[in-house]
Design a protein around this ligand. Structure first.
Ligand SMILES: Cc1cc2nc3c(=O)[nH]c(=O)nc-3n(C[C@H](O)[C@H](O)[C@H](O)COP(=O)(O)OP(=O)(O)OC[C@H]3O[C@@H](n4cnc5c(N)ncnc54)[C@H](O)[C@@H]3O)c2cc1C
Length: 478
Protein backbone atom coordinates (compact mmCIF):
# COMPACT_ATOMS: atom_id res chain seq x y z
CA UNK A 1 0.00 0.00 0.00
CA UNK A 2 1.18 3.52 -0.77
CA UNK A 3 2.18 5.51 2.30
CA UNK A 4 -0.46 7.90 3.56
CA UNK A 5 0.05 11.66 3.49
CA UNK A 6 -1.79 14.80 4.63
CA UNK A 7 -4.28 14.68 1.73
CA UNK A 8 -5.08 10.94 2.05
CA UNK A 9 -8.73 10.09 2.47
CA UNK A 10 -8.99 8.27 5.79
CA UNK A 11 -12.15 6.67 7.15
CA UNK A 12 -12.29 5.56 10.78
CA UNK A 13 -15.02 3.14 11.82
CA UNK A 14 -15.99 3.79 15.43
CA UNK A 15 -16.06 6.86 17.67
CA UNK A 16 -15.00 5.14 20.90
CA UNK A 17 -11.65 5.69 22.60
CA UNK A 18 -9.63 3.95 19.86
CA UNK A 19 -11.36 5.70 16.94
CA UNK A 20 -11.58 9.20 18.43
CA UNK A 21 -8.04 9.25 19.74
CA UNK A 22 -6.78 8.15 16.30
CA UNK A 23 -8.90 10.79 14.54
CA UNK A 24 -7.72 13.53 16.90
CA UNK A 25 -4.03 12.71 16.45
CA UNK A 26 -4.36 12.30 12.66
CA UNK A 27 -5.99 15.73 12.38
CA UNK A 28 -3.44 17.29 14.70
CA UNK A 29 -0.66 15.70 12.64
CA UNK A 30 -1.88 17.56 9.54
CA UNK A 31 -4.25 15.03 7.93
CA UNK A 32 -6.99 17.02 6.20
CA UNK A 33 -9.49 14.38 5.13
CA UNK A 34 -10.42 12.28 8.14
CA UNK A 35 -13.99 11.03 8.61
CA UNK A 36 -15.33 9.07 11.57
CA UNK A 37 -18.33 6.82 10.94
CA UNK A 38 -20.39 5.45 13.80
CA UNK A 39 -23.70 3.59 13.82
CA UNK A 40 -24.59 5.35 17.09
CA UNK A 41 -25.02 9.09 17.41
CA UNK A 42 -22.39 9.45 20.11
CA UNK A 43 -22.47 13.25 19.66
CA UNK A 44 -26.18 13.76 20.30
CA UNK A 45 -26.32 11.11 23.03
CA UNK A 46 -22.96 12.29 24.38
CA UNK A 47 -21.77 8.74 25.13
CA UNK A 48 -24.50 8.39 27.76
CA UNK A 49 -24.30 4.72 28.87
CA UNK A 50 -28.07 4.66 29.38
CA UNK A 51 -28.55 4.94 25.59
CA UNK A 52 -25.19 4.23 23.89
CA UNK A 53 -23.70 0.73 23.70
CA UNK A 54 -19.94 0.75 23.66
CA UNK A 55 -17.11 0.09 26.08
CA UNK A 56 -16.18 3.78 26.02
CA UNK A 57 -19.74 4.98 26.70
CA UNK A 58 -19.63 4.37 30.41
CA UNK A 59 -20.02 6.31 33.64
CA UNK A 60 -16.41 6.12 34.78
CA UNK A 61 -13.18 4.17 34.26
CA UNK A 62 -10.19 3.46 36.44
CA UNK A 63 -6.94 5.28 35.76
CA UNK A 64 -3.84 3.55 37.11
CA UNK A 65 -0.17 3.96 36.29
CA UNK A 66 1.13 0.87 38.08
CA UNK A 67 1.38 -1.86 35.46
CA UNK A 68 3.55 -4.41 37.31
CA UNK A 69 6.34 -5.46 34.96
CA UNK A 70 4.60 -4.00 31.86
CA UNK A 71 6.76 -0.92 31.87
CA UNK A 72 5.73 0.30 28.37
CA UNK A 73 2.09 0.62 29.41
CA UNK A 74 3.16 2.31 32.64
CA UNK A 75 5.15 4.89 30.64
CA UNK A 76 2.30 5.51 28.19
CA UNK A 77 -0.19 5.89 31.05
CA UNK A 78 2.16 8.37 32.72
CA UNK A 79 2.34 10.39 29.49
CA UNK A 80 -1.45 10.25 29.20
CA UNK A 81 -1.70 11.61 32.75
CA UNK A 82 -0.03 14.86 31.71
CA UNK A 83 -2.72 15.37 29.06
CA UNK A 84 -5.51 14.37 31.46
CA UNK A 85 -4.20 17.16 33.73
CA UNK A 86 -4.12 19.60 30.79
CA UNK A 87 -7.66 18.65 29.75
CA UNK A 88 -8.89 19.21 33.32
CA UNK A 89 -7.40 22.69 33.31
CA UNK A 90 -8.61 23.53 29.80
CA UNK A 91 -12.19 22.56 30.68
CA UNK A 92 -12.11 24.36 34.00
CA UNK A 93 -10.94 27.62 32.44
CA UNK A 94 -12.97 27.48 29.19
CA UNK A 95 -16.03 29.74 28.82
CA UNK A 96 -19.09 27.54 29.35
CA UNK A 97 -20.50 28.28 25.89
CA UNK A 98 -17.34 26.89 24.28
CA UNK A 99 -17.71 23.51 25.95
CA UNK A 100 -19.60 20.55 24.49
CA UNK A 101 -23.10 20.40 25.94
CA UNK A 102 -22.23 17.45 28.21
CA UNK A 103 -19.58 19.41 30.04
CA UNK A 104 -21.61 22.54 30.67
CA UNK A 105 -23.45 21.09 33.67
CA UNK A 106 -22.31 19.39 36.86
CA UNK A 107 -18.73 18.32 37.51
CA UNK A 108 -16.42 19.77 34.91
CA UNK A 109 -13.46 17.71 36.03
CA UNK A 110 -12.68 14.62 33.91
CA UNK A 111 -9.78 13.08 35.83
CA UNK A 112 -9.97 12.55 39.59
CA UNK A 113 -6.86 11.48 41.50
CA UNK A 114 -8.81 9.79 44.31
CA UNK A 115 -6.41 6.86 44.85
CA UNK A 116 -6.99 3.16 44.33
CA UNK A 117 -7.13 0.75 47.26
CA UNK A 118 -6.14 -2.80 46.34
CA UNK A 119 -7.81 -4.85 49.08
CA UNK A 120 -6.93 -8.47 49.73
CA UNK A 121 -9.83 -10.80 50.47
CA UNK A 122 -7.52 -13.00 52.56
CA UNK A 123 -5.50 -12.52 55.73
CA UNK A 124 -2.31 -11.71 53.81
CA UNK A 125 -1.57 -9.50 50.82
CA UNK A 126 -0.76 -12.29 48.38
CA UNK A 127 2.35 -12.95 46.28
CA UNK A 128 1.28 -10.84 43.30
CA UNK A 129 0.90 -7.72 45.45
CA UNK A 130 4.28 -8.26 47.08
CA UNK A 131 5.93 -8.65 43.65
CA UNK A 132 4.17 -5.50 42.41
CA UNK A 133 5.50 -3.52 45.38
CA UNK A 134 9.01 -4.89 44.80
CA UNK A 135 8.83 -3.79 41.15
CA UNK A 136 7.70 -0.34 42.25
CA UNK A 137 10.64 -0.11 44.64
CA UNK A 138 12.97 -0.75 41.70
CA UNK A 139 11.14 1.82 39.54
CA UNK A 140 11.40 4.45 42.28
CA UNK A 141 7.63 4.82 42.71
CA UNK A 142 7.13 2.80 45.90
CA UNK A 143 6.74 5.96 48.01
CA UNK A 144 3.30 6.62 46.47
CA UNK A 145 2.01 3.24 47.67
CA UNK A 146 0.77 2.84 51.26
CA UNK A 147 0.55 -0.63 52.83
CA UNK A 148 -2.12 -0.65 55.52
CA UNK A 149 -0.02 -3.00 57.70
CA UNK A 150 3.23 -1.03 57.45
CA UNK A 151 3.64 1.68 60.11
CA UNK A 152 6.01 3.78 57.97
CA UNK A 153 3.56 3.70 55.07
CA UNK A 154 0.64 4.62 57.32
CA UNK A 155 2.60 7.56 58.74
CA UNK A 156 3.50 8.71 55.20
CA UNK A 157 -0.15 8.37 54.14
CA UNK A 158 -1.18 10.53 57.12
CA UNK A 159 1.43 13.19 56.29
CA UNK A 160 0.25 13.34 52.67
CA UNK A 161 -3.47 13.49 53.46
CA UNK A 162 -4.40 9.96 52.36
CA UNK A 163 -5.04 8.28 55.75
CA UNK A 164 -8.85 8.54 55.49
CA UNK A 165 -8.77 6.34 52.37
CA UNK A 166 -6.79 3.46 53.90
CA UNK A 167 -9.82 1.60 55.26
CA UNK A 168 -13.03 3.09 53.80
CA UNK A 169 -14.91 -0.18 54.45
CA UNK A 170 -13.91 -0.15 58.15
CA UNK A 171 -12.70 -3.71 57.71
CA UNK A 172 -10.19 -3.66 60.57
CA UNK A 173 -12.94 -2.79 63.09
CA UNK A 174 -15.65 -4.97 61.62
CA UNK A 175 -13.66 -8.01 60.46
CA UNK A 176 -10.50 -7.78 62.56
CA UNK A 177 -8.25 -7.81 59.50
CA UNK A 178 -7.54 -5.47 56.62
CA UNK A 179 -4.66 -6.10 54.23
CA UNK A 180 -4.50 -3.57 51.43
CA UNK A 181 -2.29 -1.16 49.51
CA UNK A 182 -3.43 2.36 48.63
CA UNK A 183 -2.00 3.60 45.33
CA UNK A 184 -2.11 7.38 45.64
CA UNK A 185 -1.25 7.97 41.97
CA UNK A 186 -4.44 6.34 40.64
CA UNK A 187 -8.08 7.38 40.37
CA UNK A 188 -10.80 7.56 37.75
CA UNK A 189 -12.13 9.59 34.84
CA UNK A 190 -15.73 10.32 33.90
CA UNK A 191 -15.80 8.23 30.73
CA UNK A 192 -18.75 9.75 28.86
CA UNK A 193 -17.56 13.30 29.52
CA UNK A 194 -14.01 12.41 28.45
CA UNK A 195 -15.20 10.94 25.14
CA UNK A 196 -17.46 13.94 24.52
CA UNK A 197 -14.47 16.24 25.14
CA UNK A 198 -12.13 14.25 22.86
CA UNK A 199 -14.77 14.22 20.13
CA UNK A 200 -15.19 17.99 20.51
CA UNK A 201 -11.40 18.45 20.14
CA UNK A 202 -11.34 16.17 17.07
CA UNK A 203 -14.11 18.22 15.40
CA UNK A 204 -12.28 21.43 16.21
CA UNK A 205 -9.16 19.93 14.59
CA UNK A 206 -11.16 19.33 11.39
CA UNK A 207 -12.38 15.72 11.66
CA UNK A 208 -15.71 15.05 9.93
CA UNK A 209 -18.24 12.86 11.70
CA UNK A 210 -21.11 10.79 10.33
CA UNK A 211 -22.82 9.39 13.40
CA UNK A 212 -26.06 7.77 12.40
CA UNK A 213 -27.71 4.30 12.52
CA UNK A 214 -27.94 4.25 8.69
CA UNK A 215 -25.45 6.74 7.25
CA UNK A 216 -22.78 5.89 9.80
CA UNK A 217 -23.23 2.14 9.98
CA UNK A 218 -20.58 0.20 8.06
CA UNK A 219 -21.99 -3.03 6.69
CA UNK A 220 -19.00 -4.14 4.62
CA UNK A 221 -15.48 -3.21 3.57
CA UNK A 222 -14.45 -4.42 0.13
CA UNK A 223 -11.43 -3.78 -2.11
CA UNK A 224 -11.44 -2.15 -5.57
CA UNK A 225 -8.23 -1.45 -7.49
CA UNK A 226 -6.22 -2.09 -4.33
CA UNK A 227 -8.21 0.53 -2.42
CA UNK A 228 -10.66 -0.13 0.41
CA UNK A 229 -14.33 0.67 -0.19
CA UNK A 230 -16.61 1.23 2.80
CA UNK A 231 -20.29 0.30 2.38
CA UNK A 232 -22.78 1.95 4.73
CA UNK A 233 -26.30 0.86 5.66
CA UNK A 234 -27.89 3.65 3.58
CA UNK A 235 -26.42 2.06 0.43
CA UNK A 236 -23.58 4.55 -0.08
CA UNK A 237 -19.95 3.58 -0.79
CA UNK A 238 -16.84 5.48 0.20
CA UNK A 239 -13.53 4.76 -1.51
CA UNK A 240 -10.66 5.63 0.81
CA UNK A 241 -6.89 5.46 0.94
CA UNK A 242 -7.08 3.99 4.41
CA UNK A 243 -9.86 2.51 6.55
CA UNK A 244 -9.17 2.09 10.24
CA UNK A 245 -11.58 -0.28 11.95
CA UNK A 246 -11.92 0.80 15.57
CA UNK A 247 -15.26 -0.89 16.11
CA UNK A 248 -14.68 -2.16 19.66
CA UNK A 249 -16.59 -5.40 20.26
CA UNK A 250 -17.94 -5.27 16.69
CA UNK A 251 -14.43 -5.35 15.16
CA UNK A 252 -14.28 -9.15 14.69
CA UNK A 253 -17.61 -9.15 12.84
CA UNK A 254 -16.39 -6.45 10.41
CA UNK A 255 -12.90 -7.90 10.00
CA UNK A 256 -13.25 -11.66 10.61
CA UNK A 257 -9.52 -12.10 9.92
CA UNK A 258 -8.91 -11.02 13.54
CA UNK A 259 -10.42 -14.29 14.76
CA UNK A 260 -7.81 -16.04 16.87
CA UNK A 261 -6.14 -12.73 17.73
CA UNK A 262 -9.11 -10.79 19.12
CA UNK A 263 -12.27 -11.99 20.80
CA UNK A 264 -15.35 -10.05 21.80
CA UNK A 265 -16.13 -10.48 25.49
CA UNK A 266 -18.28 -8.74 28.12
CA UNK A 267 -17.54 -7.45 31.58
CA UNK A 268 -20.32 -7.31 34.20
CA UNK A 269 -21.34 -4.04 35.82
CA UNK A 270 -23.97 -3.14 38.44
CA UNK A 271 -25.01 0.20 39.91
CA UNK A 272 -26.40 1.16 43.31
CA UNK A 273 -28.15 4.48 43.63
CA UNK A 274 -27.14 6.39 46.74
CA UNK A 275 -29.92 8.76 47.80
CA UNK A 276 -29.02 12.41 48.34
CA UNK A 277 -31.24 12.52 51.41
CA UNK A 278 -28.90 10.11 53.21
CA UNK A 279 -26.11 12.62 54.03
CA UNK A 280 -23.95 10.08 55.87
CA UNK A 281 -23.89 7.73 52.85
CA UNK A 282 -23.68 10.59 50.36
CA UNK A 283 -20.51 11.89 52.05
CA UNK A 284 -18.88 8.50 52.56
CA UNK A 285 -19.17 7.51 48.91
CA UNK A 286 -18.09 10.88 47.51
CA UNK A 287 -14.79 10.96 45.58
CA UNK A 288 -13.31 13.09 48.36
CA UNK A 289 -13.72 10.20 50.81
CA UNK A 290 -13.96 7.06 48.71
CA UNK A 291 -11.10 5.71 46.59
CA UNK A 292 -11.43 3.33 43.68
CA UNK A 293 -11.36 -0.13 45.29
CA UNK A 294 -10.33 -3.50 43.94
CA UNK A 295 -11.04 -6.60 46.00
CA UNK A 296 -9.39 -9.98 45.72
CA UNK A 297 -7.61 -9.38 42.41
CA UNK A 298 -5.62 -12.55 41.63
CA UNK A 299 -7.39 -14.22 44.61
CA UNK A 300 -10.51 -15.42 42.81
CA UNK A 301 -12.88 -12.50 43.59
CA UNK A 302 -11.88 -9.74 41.15
CA UNK A 303 -14.46 -7.09 41.99
CA UNK A 304 -13.97 -3.31 41.88
CA UNK A 305 -15.94 -0.17 42.65
CA UNK A 306 -15.63 3.55 41.97
CA UNK A 307 -16.83 6.51 44.07
CA UNK A 308 -20.40 7.69 43.49
CA UNK A 309 -20.92 10.32 40.80
CA UNK A 310 -22.76 13.63 41.10
CA UNK A 311 -26.10 11.82 40.71
CA UNK A 312 -25.32 9.26 43.39
CA UNK A 313 -24.51 6.30 41.09
CA UNK A 314 -22.07 3.89 42.73
CA UNK A 315 -20.65 1.50 40.10
CA UNK A 316 -19.38 -1.98 40.88
CA UNK A 317 -17.71 -4.26 38.32
CA UNK A 318 -16.99 -7.98 38.33
CA UNK A 319 -14.17 -9.16 36.10
CA UNK A 320 -13.54 -12.72 37.17
CA UNK A 321 -15.19 -14.10 34.03
CA UNK A 322 -15.49 -12.34 30.67
CA UNK A 323 -18.51 -13.62 28.78
CA UNK A 324 -18.66 -14.56 25.10
CA UNK A 325 -21.62 -14.67 22.69
CA UNK A 326 -21.16 -16.64 19.48
CA UNK A 327 -23.39 -16.02 16.47
CA UNK A 328 -23.28 -16.68 12.70
CA UNK A 329 -21.42 -13.83 11.04
CA UNK A 330 -20.13 -13.97 7.46
CA UNK A 331 -20.33 -17.79 7.51
CA UNK A 332 -18.28 -18.05 10.69
CA UNK A 333 -19.11 -18.44 14.36
CA UNK A 334 -17.88 -15.21 15.92
CA UNK A 335 -18.39 -13.76 19.41
CA UNK A 336 -20.39 -10.53 19.04
CA UNK A 337 -21.86 -8.01 21.50
CA UNK A 338 -25.33 -8.50 22.91
CA UNK A 339 -26.21 -5.11 24.30
CA UNK A 340 -29.08 -3.04 25.65
CA UNK A 341 -29.83 -0.91 22.56
CA UNK A 342 -28.05 -1.45 19.29
CA UNK A 343 -28.07 -5.22 18.81
CA UNK A 344 -30.97 -7.25 17.49
CA UNK A 345 -31.08 -9.48 20.56
CA UNK A 346 -31.06 -7.14 23.55
CA UNK A 347 -29.53 -7.90 26.93
CA UNK A 348 -29.13 -5.93 30.16
CA UNK A 349 -29.15 -8.86 32.58
CA UNK A 350 -26.00 -10.29 34.16
CA UNK A 351 -25.19 -13.96 34.61
CA UNK A 352 -26.12 -14.91 38.18
CA UNK A 353 -22.48 -15.75 39.04
CA UNK A 354 -21.47 -12.17 38.26
CA UNK A 355 -24.38 -10.67 40.20
CA UNK A 356 -23.65 -12.91 43.20
CA UNK A 357 -19.97 -11.89 43.11
CA UNK A 358 -21.02 -8.24 43.19
CA UNK A 359 -23.51 -8.86 46.00
CA UNK A 360 -20.87 -10.67 48.04
CA UNK A 361 -18.53 -7.68 47.62
CA UNK A 362 -21.24 -5.33 48.89
CA UNK A 363 -22.32 -7.60 51.77
CA UNK A 364 -18.76 -8.07 53.05
CA UNK A 365 -17.40 -4.59 52.45
CA UNK A 366 -20.35 -2.19 52.42
CA UNK A 367 -23.13 -3.77 54.52
CA UNK A 368 -24.76 -0.32 54.86
CA UNK A 369 -25.65 -0.50 51.14
CA UNK A 370 -27.41 -3.87 51.42
CA UNK A 371 -30.86 -2.36 52.14
CA UNK A 372 -30.62 -0.24 48.97
CA UNK A 373 -30.28 -3.19 46.59
CA UNK A 374 -28.96 -3.08 43.03
CA UNK A 375 -30.46 -0.37 40.81
CA UNK A 376 -29.35 -1.45 37.31
CA UNK A 377 -27.01 -3.84 35.53
CA UNK A 378 -25.13 -3.82 32.25
CA UNK A 379 -22.94 -6.07 30.14
CA UNK A 380 -20.07 -3.99 28.76
CA UNK A 381 -18.62 -5.45 25.53
CA UNK A 382 -15.07 -5.06 24.34
CA UNK A 383 -12.26 -6.95 22.62
CA UNK A 384 -9.68 -9.09 24.37
CA UNK A 385 -6.47 -9.96 22.57
CA UNK A 386 -4.46 -13.16 22.98
CA UNK A 387 -1.99 -11.43 25.31
CA UNK A 388 -3.99 -8.46 26.70
CA UNK A 389 -2.02 -6.05 24.51
CA UNK A 390 -3.72 -3.85 21.90
CA UNK A 391 -3.85 -4.68 18.18
CA UNK A 392 -3.06 -1.78 15.83
CA UNK A 393 -1.84 -2.90 12.43
CA UNK A 394 -2.76 -3.46 8.79
CA UNK A 395 -4.87 -6.52 8.07
CA UNK A 396 -2.82 -9.03 6.06
CA UNK A 397 -4.22 -9.40 2.53
CA UNK A 398 -6.56 -6.36 2.82
CA UNK A 399 -4.87 -3.35 1.17
CA UNK A 400 -5.53 -0.12 3.05
CA UNK A 401 -7.45 -1.73 5.93
CA UNK A 402 -6.10 -1.49 9.47
CA UNK A 403 -7.57 -2.51 12.83
CA UNK A 404 -7.24 -0.49 16.00
CA UNK A 405 -8.70 -2.47 18.86
CA UNK A 406 -7.96 -5.08 21.52
CA UNK A 407 -8.31 -2.74 24.51
CA UNK A 408 -8.51 -5.88 26.67
CA UNK A 409 -10.20 -4.07 29.53
CA UNK A 410 -7.52 -1.42 30.07
CA UNK A 411 -7.60 0.90 27.05
CA UNK A 412 -9.59 3.87 28.32
CA UNK A 413 -6.84 5.58 30.29
CA UNK A 414 -4.89 6.06 27.03
CA UNK A 415 -7.60 8.15 25.33
CA UNK A 416 -5.48 11.33 25.26
CA UNK A 417 -2.31 9.66 23.93
CA UNK A 418 -3.20 6.43 22.11
CA UNK A 419 -3.67 8.10 18.70
CA UNK A 420 -0.12 9.48 18.76
CA UNK A 421 1.26 5.94 18.59
CA UNK A 422 -1.47 4.77 16.18
CA UNK A 423 -0.52 7.49 13.66
CA UNK A 424 3.10 6.26 13.64
CA UNK A 425 1.87 2.75 12.86
CA UNK A 426 -0.51 3.92 10.13
CA UNK A 427 2.34 5.90 8.56
CA UNK A 428 4.32 2.67 8.31
CA UNK A 429 6.72 3.50 11.13
CA UNK A 430 5.36 0.84 13.49
CA UNK A 431 8.38 -1.44 13.27
CA UNK A 432 10.53 1.41 14.60
CA UNK A 433 8.44 1.99 17.72
CA UNK A 434 8.03 -0.06 20.85
CA UNK A 435 4.22 0.16 20.67
CA UNK A 436 4.20 -0.69 16.96
CA UNK A 437 5.99 -3.89 17.88
CA UNK A 438 3.72 -4.65 20.85
CA UNK A 439 0.49 -3.97 18.93
CA UNK A 440 1.47 -5.71 15.67
CA UNK A 441 -0.65 -8.38 13.96
CA UNK A 442 0.48 -11.58 15.69
CA UNK A 443 -0.38 -15.13 16.60
CA UNK A 444 0.52 -17.43 19.44
CA UNK A 445 1.12 -21.15 19.69
CA UNK A 446 0.77 -21.08 23.48
CA UNK A 447 -1.94 -23.44 24.77
CA UNK A 448 -3.36 -20.63 26.99
CA UNK A 449 -4.24 -17.52 25.00
CA UNK A 450 -6.15 -15.29 27.42
CA UNK A 451 -9.21 -17.54 27.11
CA UNK A 452 -9.40 -17.23 23.30
CA UNK A 453 -8.37 -20.87 23.04
CA UNK A 454 -11.77 -21.89 24.50
CA UNK A 455 -13.99 -20.62 21.71
CA UNK A 456 -17.62 -21.62 21.68
CA UNK A 457 -16.89 -24.84 23.55
CA UNK A 458 -15.76 -22.91 26.62
CA UNK A 459 -17.70 -22.34 29.84
CA UNK A 460 -17.94 -18.53 29.39
CA UNK A 461 -20.56 -18.59 26.65
CA UNK A 462 -23.52 -16.42 27.63
CA UNK A 463 -26.14 -18.94 26.48
CA UNK A 464 -24.74 -21.43 29.01
CA UNK A 465 -25.33 -19.08 31.96
CA UNK A 466 -28.28 -18.68 34.26
CA UNK A 467 -29.20 -15.02 33.96
CA UNK A 468 -30.14 -12.95 37.01
CA UNK A 469 -33.52 -11.24 37.07
CA UNK A 470 -34.63 -8.08 38.89
CA UNK A 471 -35.78 -10.28 41.77
CA UNK A 472 -32.09 -11.08 42.36
CA UNK A 473 -31.21 -7.40 42.79
CA UNK A 474 -32.22 -7.40 46.45
CA UNK A 475 -30.04 -8.95 49.14
CA UNK A 476 -32.90 -10.76 50.87
CA UNK A 477 -31.85 -14.10 52.28
CA UNK A 478 -28.11 -13.41 52.05
C1 LIG B 1 -16.56 -3.44 31.89
C2 LIG B 1 -15.37 -2.70 31.37
C3 LIG B 1 -14.56 -2.00 32.25
C4 LIG B 1 -13.44 -1.34 31.80
N1 LIG B 1 -12.69 -0.62 32.68
C5 LIG B 1 -11.63 0.08 32.27
C6 LIG B 1 -10.91 0.85 33.19
O1 LIG B 1 -11.28 0.92 34.37
N2 LIG B 1 -9.82 1.55 32.74
C7 LIG B 1 -9.43 1.50 31.44
O2 LIG B 1 -8.43 2.14 31.10
N3 LIG B 1 -10.13 0.77 30.52
C8 LIG B 1 -11.21 0.06 30.91
N4 LIG B 1 -11.94 -0.67 30.02
C9 LIG B 1 -11.47 -0.75 28.63
C10 LIG B 1 -11.94 0.40 27.77
O3 LIG B 1 -13.27 0.74 28.07
C11 LIG B 1 -11.82 -0.02 26.31
O4 LIG B 1 -10.48 -0.44 26.05
C12 LIG B 1 -12.15 1.10 25.34
O5 LIG B 1 -13.28 1.84 25.76
C13 LIG B 1 -12.41 0.48 23.98
O6 LIG B 1 -12.72 1.48 23.06
P1 LIG B 1 -13.00 1.14 21.54
O7 LIG B 1 -12.95 2.42 20.81
O8 LIG B 1 -12.09 0.05 21.10
O9 LIG B 1 -14.45 0.48 21.50
P2 LIG B 1 -15.89 1.07 21.84
O10 LIG B 1 -15.85 2.06 22.90
O11 LIG B 1 -16.77 -0.11 22.04
O12 LIG B 1 -16.32 1.84 20.51
C14 LIG B 1 -16.60 1.18 19.33
C15 LIG B 1 -17.49 2.08 18.49
O13 LIG B 1 -17.56 1.52 17.18
C16 LIG B 1 -18.87 1.69 16.69
N5 LIG B 1 -19.11 0.67 15.66
C17 LIG B 1 -18.98 -0.65 15.80
N6 LIG B 1 -19.30 -1.29 14.65
C18 LIG B 1 -19.62 -0.34 13.77
C19 LIG B 1 -20.06 -0.36 12.43
N7 LIG B 1 -20.22 -1.50 11.77
N8 LIG B 1 -20.32 0.80 11.82
C20 LIG B 1 -20.17 1.97 12.48
N9 LIG B 1 -19.79 2.05 13.77
C21 LIG B 1 -19.51 0.91 14.40
C22 LIG B 1 -19.74 1.49 17.93
O14 LIG B 1 -21.02 2.05 17.76
C23 LIG B 1 -18.90 2.18 19.00
O15 LIG B 1 -19.28 3.53 19.17
C24 LIG B 1 -13.09 -1.36 30.43
C25 LIG B 1 -13.90 -2.05 29.52
C26 LIG B 1 -15.05 -2.69 29.99
C27 LIG B 1 -15.91 -3.40 29.00
Amino acid sequence: MAAIGPSSKIVIVGSGVFGISTALWLARSGYKDVTVLDMQDTARMAYDPSCVDSASADLNKIIRFSYGSEIEYQRLATEAAKIWDEWNLEILTAPTNELPERLRHGDRKLWWNVGMLRMSCESDLGDFEITTLDNMEREGIREFQFRTDDDRDVTRARERGWAHKLDPCRRQDRLGTHKAVLDSTAGFVYAYKSCAWAQHLARKAGVKMILDPQRGKVVDITTKSDQPVVHTADGLRYTADLVVVAGGGWTPSLVPEVQGLLETTAGSVANISIPKDRPELWERFAPENQPVITWGSWQGKEVYSLPRDENGTFKIGWRKTKWTNFEDVREQRISVPRTAHVTERKETRLPIDALNGIKEYISVNFPELVPLGITSTRLCWYTDSIDNSFVVDFVPGRPGVAVCSGGSGHGFKFLPILGREVVKILEGRGSQTVYGHMWRWRSSSEPMRNGLEEGEQGPRVLSKQTMATKADWTFTGQ
